[in-house]
Design a protein around this ligand. Structure first.
Ligand SMILES: [Zn+2]
Length: 172
């Protein structure tokens, strides 16, 4: 694969990109989102921003039913509350990754980030983009709800983990 093609990152956008002012900086990148995300936008302002992304070349896609179901099974395991639009974003990202694309999901939603982690899908936050500070994640077995350092849960031996942000200690 040529170097420039390898570095072409496809940004799969969730609703937070169109709602938060910081999201606009992604409009110059290679972007794609789903019809469900479009349907979920409520405010006039977010719809205007959405149109601006479309004019700049953002692609609009439907993930396959198959991928939607795969992600829904992940949602059931994790027990998080996510919208249909959230599911569609992760499903589309997985689909594009399978087609060999270099994909990153752009989202500020912890549940969506969790879902990405579950599927080992790369993600980046919207509002904190560019800030050096990174969220530290704690890996927990979704069955036993204990923190796990190893590749498998020492209690039940399973490999299904959720990632929760570690609470930051406030510096005085
Ligand atoms: Zn376990």
């Amino acid at each position: 694969m040529p170097e420039n093609e390898k570095e072409q990152i496809v940004h799969v956008l969730d609703t937070s990109v169109f709602i938060k002012p910081e999201g606009r900086k992604f409009s110059d990148k290679v972007c794609v989102t789903t019809y469900s995300v479009m349907d979920e936008l409520q405010s006039l302002e977010s719809k205007v921003v959405f149109d601006m992304f479309l004019k700049k070349g953002m692609a609009l896609m439907h993930p396959s039913e198959e991928k939607m179901k795969e992600v829904e099974r992940g949602v059931e395991k994790l027990g998080d509350r996510v919208s249909k639009a959230d599911v569609s974003v992760v499903a589309l990202a997985l689909e594009l990754r399978e087609k060999g694309k270099n994909v990153v999901v752009v989202t500020d939603d912890y549940s969506v980030q969790n879902l990405c982690s579950f599927f080992k899908m790369e993600f980046t936050p919207v509002a904190t983009q560019g800030i050096r500070e990174r969220v530290e994640w704690v890996k927990k077995c979704i069955y036993c709800n204990i923190s796990v350092e190893e590749d498998e849960c020492p209690r039940c031996g399973m490999h299904d983990f959720r990632f929760v942000p570690r609470k930051k200690k406030r510096l005085k």
